[in-house]
Structure formats: structure tokens, C-alpha cells
Design a protein around this ligand. Structure first.
Ligand code: 2PG
Length: 228
């Protein structure tokens, strides 16, 4: 049996400030760093020691990975960063305060933008201060102007299938440090969650989730490592 460990980054500055974040590159708070260190301590305590790591191109996920690997003595393992593990792009909502957006557009509309399967938020305006299309880290990538969960799945899953799943097939212990919605995309696929039910799934920060694999097949339900 090989293991897949999923970790959502620790609390970010904009999780704390309650702002829509998406691809915007905010850092961890002190609490977020502590959550990531605790994830590493838990990996060490439970003897789940990653041998291969994947993360996004976003600082909060990369630093979470590093704190977690440091905590279990595995900073030395190979790690791959890829934009396809980035957070879902929040389009024109990026940077806005979530509560103010609720007051302006109503709870229901904001819930649809945040959690519906296939309704993307409005597109990011060209020339917006949150436009990352000229950021050197995304050179050669067609940076989205907005993404629904469905569109996020369309870029996460091919990467999962082509690059990450074969590592599990080889018996590696894989850790993915990513984001609330890029991980919802993966969990939806791995746990066979319907388009309707996925609207209710929340992934907590800094809390390792484990799937066991038999070759390239998921073997059993996901579980929180803290409960193992
Ligand atoms: O702002 C974001 O990018 C995400 C993750 O923090 O928030 P939400 O809970 O609205 O998906």
C-alpha cells in the first residue's frame, strides 16, 4: 500500500483578513506557520514519511510544504511545483472582502460563487492590480481570468493522472501541499463525490488527509491523519 497525503496550506494573511484570494500570492500568518509545523510533527509521530512532494507556485503552499517536511525530517525529498495545483482563480472577486461582497450581492450569490460546481465568478478586469499574466512565474502559461471548481478540475486532474498518480503506482509516499479548492477538486475525484455534494465539502487548513493506494487504485476512504 502506498499513501497520499493532502495538506491545505496553513492560515494565510487573506484567510485571516477574509478576502477572496485565488491566485494572489499572500503569505502565511504566524498561526499558519504553526499549523504547518504541527502537520509535520503529526507526520513524524504517525510515521508517515513522504518520499516525493508536489505543490503549487504559490508561497503559502510552498512554505507549508517546507514547514511540514522539516517537521518530519524530509526536507531533502524531491519536490515539484506546478501551476496546475494553484488555488482556483477567483477572477474579479480577487482582493474583495468576503463580508462586504455578501452585503453587496447577497449571501446566496456569494455562496454560488464560492461553492457551486460550475458557476465561475465574474472575470478579472484587464489591467486589474491583481492581474498576474505578466508575473514571471507564469511565463508561457495562459493565466485564467476566472475559474469555477469545474474549470479547476479540468487542469488539476490531467496533472494528477499524468504526473502524480504514477508515483503512487511506484509505491512512493506522496505529499501534496495545495489549496482549499484545488484539493476539493482532487478529493471530489478520489472519493467520487457528486457535483451537488461537493458544494458542502470544506477542507481545513494544515490538517493532513490520507488516502491509501493499492497500485494506482484508491483503497478505502480518506481519513484525517490525526484520527489514525
Ligand atoms: O479565497 C480563496 O481563495 C479561498 C480559499 O481561502 O476561499 P473560499 O473559502 O472562498 O474558497
Amino acid at each position: 500500500m502506498s499513501k497520499l497525503v493532502l495538506v491545505r496550506h496553513g492560515q494565510s494573511e487573506w484567510n485571516l483578513a477574509n478576502r477572496f484570494t485565488g491566485w494572489w500570492d499572500v503569505d502565511l500568518t504566524a498561526q499558519g506557520e504553526a499549523e504547518a509545523r504541527a502537520a509535520g510533527d503529526l507526520l513524524a509521530e504517525k510515521g508517515v514519511l513522504p518520499t516525493v512532494a508536489f505543490t503549487s507556485l504559490q508561497t503559502r503552499a510552498i512554505r507549508t510544504l517546507h514547514f511540514a517536511l522539516e517537521g518530519c525530517g524530509r526536507l531533502w525529498i524531491p519536490e515539484t511545483k506546478d501551476w496546475r495545483l494553484n488555488e482556483r482563480h477567483y477572477g474579479g472577486l480577487t482582493g474583495l472582502d468576503k463580508q462586504q461582497t455578501r452585503e453587496r450581492h447577497g449571501d446566496e450569490q456569494v455562496h454560488i460563487w464560492r461553492r457551486s460546481f460550475d458557476v465561475p465568478p465574474p472575470e478579472l478586469e484587464p489591467g486589474s492590480e491583481f492581474d498576474l499574466s505578466t508575473d514571471p512565474r507564469y511565463a508561457g502559461i495562459d493565466v485564467p481570468r476566472t475559474e469555477s471548481l469545474k474549470l479547476t478540475i479540468e487542469r488539476v486532474l490531467p496533472y494528477w493522472e499524468e504526473t502524480i498518480l504514477p508515483q503512487l503506482g511506484k509505491g512512493e509516499t506522496v505529499i501534496i501541499s495545495a489549496h482549499g479548492n484545488s484539493l476539493r477538486a482532487l478529493v471530489k475525484h478520489l472519493s467520487g463525490i457528486s457535483d451537488e455534494e461537493i458544494t458542502g465539502l470544506e477542507i481545513p487548513t494544515g490538517q493532513p488527509i490520507v488516502y491509501e493506494f493499492d497500485g494506482t487504485q484508491v483503497a478505502g476512504e480518506r481519513y484525517y491523519l490525526k484520527d489514525a
